[in-house]
Ligand binder design. Structure first.
Ligand code: B12
Length: 212
């Protein structure tokens, strides 16, 4: 089976609830693609984007979409021991979705890329109110904050969160990402040069390795 056929088979597996088959294909694709980032980007993300398109056009039900995303989360958890084997060093990142945002698979992938680079990750996940996030940041004093938004309607919540964080943390690097920004652009969110927009895991990995 070539890589494109395997990716197609993976999509079929997650949309038909074939967990074992999806897991087998994910492991095969991982050895062929060579690293987890590529597996996340080229297989997991692209399959979920396709599920979203099919759902939008009424060809995939809500239940099937839920199942496909649940299976993907399970696979991320299954693959975690590969990351855990790497040693963690000093720096810490907090990874959160902005208020109102339930899409958290992107956040999990972002956390994993930090862990692959030996960072400690505090993964707060979905729908985090800005005031609670601020308390959390004050308690944990991370080196970086990463914020995610998938829904266009949550861009104002991202902007409000950044503004609130800046009232206390004037210098903290804030990385922002998610489909909301690839749709509407991030320009109005780049309040200062410590707020950075990154569109995918390859850019993120590069920034962590070279600039953080
Ligand atoms: C699974 C899913 C859900 C699940 C989420 C489950 C979960 N545990 O996360 C549930 C069922 C909760 C859900 C709900 C809804 N969803 Co939904 N969902 C999806 C789906 C199919 C996949 C999402 C996903 O995981 N994608 C894969 C991840 C890996 O991609 P990603 O988030 O873009 O992340 C990547 C990058 O953006 C980047 N990134 C992300 N964040 C960050 C942050 C930083 C700092 C960095 C550096 C990078 C980064 O890294 C990742 C890897 O490259 C998408 C389809 C799609 N196109 O994604 C629709 C989609 C996002 N959903 C959509 C909609 C409309 C909804 C609902 C409004 C539906 C409804 N009527 O209830 C609700 C809203 C819930 C809410 N308030 O948030 C629309 C959004 C359209 C829009 N224009 O805003 C989409 C695009 C489907 C579609 N085609 O219409 N959904």
């Amino acid at each position: 089976m070539n890589i494109e056929t395997q990716k197609e088979a993976f999509y079929t597996a997650i949309t038909n609830g074939k967990r074992m088959e999806a897991s087998r294909l994910a492991n095969e694709l991982l050895s062929e693609l060579g690293d987890l980032k590529a597996l996340y980007e080229e297989v997991f993300k692209s399959s979920l984007y396709r599920v979203g398109q099919e759902w939008e056009q009424g060809r995939v039900s809500v239940a099937t979409e839920h199942m496909a995303s649940m299976l993907t989360e399970v696979l991320l958890n299954d693959l975690y021991p590969l990351i855990q084997a790497m040693e963690q060093e000093g720096k810490t990142v907090v990874v959160a979705c902005v208020p109102g945002e339930q899409h958290e698979i992107g956040c999990k992938m972002v956390s994993d890329v930090f862990e692959m680079n030996q960072w400690n990750t505090l993964m707060v996940g979905a729908n985090t109110p800005a005031s609670d996030l601020l308390d959390f940041l004050q308690n944990h004093q991370p080196d970086v904050l990463a914020l995610s938004a998938a829904l266009s309607k949550n861009v104002p919540a991202m902007q409000a969160t950044i503004t609130q964080v800046r009232t206390v943390f004037s210098d903290l690097p804030i990385l922002i990402g998610g489909q909301a920004l690839s749709r509407v652009g991030a320009r109005e969110l780049l309040l200062d040069n410590r707020v950075m927009y990154l569109k995918d895991l390859v850019m993120l990995d590069d920034l962590i390795k070279n600039s953080l």
